[in-house]
Design a protein around this ligand. Sequence first.
Ligand SMILES: *[C@@H]1O[C@H](CO)[C@@H](O)[C@H](O)[C@H]1NC(C)=O
Ligand SMILES: *[C@@H]1O[C@H](CO)[C@@H](O)[C@H](O)[C@H]1NC(C)=O
Ligand SMILES: *[C@@H]1O[C@H](CO)[C@@H](O)[C@H](O)[C@H]1NC(C)=O
Ligand SMILES: *[C@@H]1O[C@H](CO)[C@@H](O)[C@H](O)[C@H]1NC(C)=O
Ligand SMILES: *[C@@H]1O[C@H](CO)[C@@H](O)[C@H](O)[C@H]1NC(C)=O
Ligand SMILES: *[C@@H]1O[C@H](CO)[C@@H](O)[C@H](O)[C@H]1NC(C)=O
Length: 735
Amino acid sequence: MKIHWLVLALVANAIMAGGAKFRHEKFHSPPVKSPEKDAHAEKIRKLIKPSNIRDNLRELTKTGHVAGTEKNLRVAKWIRQKTIEYGLENVHFNEYDVLLSYPDWKRPNHIEILDSNGTVIHKSTGRSKPLTKEETDEETELQWLAYSAEGAVQGDVVYINKATPEDIAHGKIVIARYSHSFRGNIAKAAVQAGAIGCLIYSDPQQVAILGTGPEATYGKTDKMPPDAVQRGTIYIGVGDPRTPAFPSIKGLYKEKTEEDLLNEKAIPTIPVLPIPYSEAKIIFERMNGKPVIPGFQGGLNVTYKYGPGFTNNQKLKLSVCSKKEERKIQNVLGFIRGKEEPDRYVLATNHYDAWTYGAVDPNSGTATLMEVSRAMMEYMNKTGYRPAKSILFGHWDAEEFGLVGSGEFAEEYREQLMSRAIGVVNMDLIGGNQTLLGITNPTVANVLRSAARKVEHPNPSEVQEGRKTMYDSWKFYSPSKNNRSNEPWQMIPAGGSDHLPFYNYLGIPIIFFVTRSLDTFPSYPLYHTMHETPHLMENILDADFKMHKAIGEMFVESILAFTDSKLLPYDLKELLDDVTLEFLPAIRARFETAMKDKKLMKYLEPGYEQFGLLEKTCQLLNEQVHMRNESLLSQSSAARLKVENDRLMELEKCFIKPDGILGNRQSRHLLFSPSQENWYSGNAMSQVHDLLTRIEKSKNDKKMDKLSKALAGEIGHIHVAFICAKHSLSPFFAS
Ligand SMILES: *[C@@H]1O[C@H](CO)[C@@H](O)[C@H](O)[C@H]1NC(C)=O
Ligand SMILES: *[C@@H]1O[C@H](CO)[C@@H](O)[C@H](O)[C@H]1NC(C)=O
Ligand SMILES: *[C@@H]1O[C@H](CO)[C@@H](O)[C@H](O)[C@H]1NC(C)=O
Ligand SMILES: *[C@@H]1O[C@H](CO)[C@@H](O)[C@H](O)[C@H]1NC(C)=O
Ligand SMILES: *[C@@H]1O[C@H](CO)[C@@H](O)[C@H](O)[C@H]1NC(C)=O
Ligand SMILES: *[C@@H]1O[C@H](CO)[C@@H](O)[C@H](O)[C@H]1NC(C)=O
């Protein structure tokens, strides 16, 4: 995921925030079944071979392969060659020239501790140690964060845990703990607080829960060893930072220079570095100041203090070498042409670039998606079967830097995707062997659930407990949190992986899923470390690649639900139930609480009035969609079905606001746009929540006036989207 796909973070976040962000399903008729489609899907699933996935993974992860490098080009060429061999059509590179960021591979970033005379008394190596014989690529050892500012800074340290740094950070180097927040938001908060540098580390309390010795960490387990760090991007955004909402095609206009980006603080203006917990310990051991509150104390054997600064007048120096460079990236695309409606397609995608070897993120997914495309071709060759609609297999590049490959593709093919793509099934990684995590648009939540119901759980410990399918364990570990459903809860779409530009910029419904183990919140412990190797998969997480195969099977089921269902599998009832029973009541409750304050009342009134009108329209639309009979519709003539499917696609596009949400040209979905506070998550209609928060916090009348108008305006835009949705379901001249 630029992703940092750290989507697991979303879950934990969501749990803390209560159920309000999640959608649940209610009791309504299950989606229409298609026996033929099910028969094909089942046969294709049987052709997926775990040994092929293992072989793919070994080849993909031979070296580190950061986007924009020769090593990643080797991986791209290999995926292209295999995809051609499988027999897919029009297999090609889709290239962009984009601004990426690299460390100096010869001079590692590092920290130093200086005594009061300026003598260096400690210096970190800036490298993590290889622990297994697969780890032969020295470049994977370097510790860095993409788009950090370059430079060396020296000063006093303050510990801010996961919190937003306040005034205490001004002029200091902050040390923060990786947590549920996207690291870009941590860096941004440090810049806003006036810090001169920022260190981020993973605490053993989260990543080394069995202990920090060699028997308890990687090599032997899937837990983080003392020298490892989580790499990643700290850019908050989608695609080449120079070209928001514009494709970075070679030679074309680039709106912003690197200098512009720094001036606008669109990329961090201070050095930011990930450090291992062994180095964090050396810092905490000499911190001044008061001991922290219990929630800030981590798992290192030392009393955590806030600082500022060290005892004995020692200072910290942080040195980061970072070059931002334009490099060529290539998405690898291949097609299976549909036999009835070749111009309608589902996208089945995963990225392939990695911070290091990438055996979990993302090549567990890449290896699986490749095998899915091979199995489909084998089945087509053997039986003459062809899906009714087309499939685009997309292996995205430079996802790690900020969804760059998928983002540029979405910008170049904006109109074609909006009018022809019926769904995106995106994976990122197989992060554990126990259960599923699902994120979908409400309209297609049913597709993921029905895929999960069909796939047997590969982990014997789950099956022994009576959880025979992926669905059973998903529901067990993520039960519904409301009274209207007994389905597993799913999150509304947010950031974290390549699905984001497709739903958020283009309004195409998405399905995103990953697997997780249970003891590994907020992400798996070795996330973005150099220890993401085949050894981890083959000896610790998924020895027989059975979970990989199960995920491949879910891909097949989800893809065919889109290509071979006569009526698109968009469940409008689920969307409207979520809107009327969950999203709108959450906003109403906030209004009602805030309006108790007489002073705020005046500023909330115009928005509240608009909100009442929005609720009425949603009720009417809700009644309308509950009267639709999908099973009747799916028996219509081909011509009638085409009309109906076109309307369903059009309805989804009603939620796209062309000029963007709250001024962000790339974030255009009126219902689902990630929160600006934490890119990994967000409430439904986050812009309304954000404005309500700002009005509640604001003290300045003039500013409140502006916010008051903005609130009424944003609600008005959402209202128009639902009016548009009503229009989509009706003939043009109907009343
Ligand atoms: C700093 O330098 C002074 C004078 O050379 C010396 O006396 C003192 O011990 C030094 N302090 C440290 C911490 O090395
Ligand atoms: C923690 O540190 C203290 C003091 O340095 C030491 O006595 C103790 O053995 C350490 N505990 C562990 C579990 O390492
Ligand atoms: C399918 O058939 C084509 C054409 O003969 C062949 O090139 C391709 O390798 C076959 N694919 C698989 C997976 O068997
Ligand atoms: C579920 O229903 C019970 C009983 O009516 C009620 O007390 C509870 O608040 C409801 N929970 C939610 C999440 O709506
Ligand atoms: C699942 O993963 C855990 C580590 O998280 C590992 O200890 C266990 O053996 C794995 N189980 C299977 C069936 O692969
Ligand atoms: C929907 O149509 C089917 C016929 O295809 C019919 O059997 C069913 O009763 C209808 N359902 C409703 C709720 O009207």
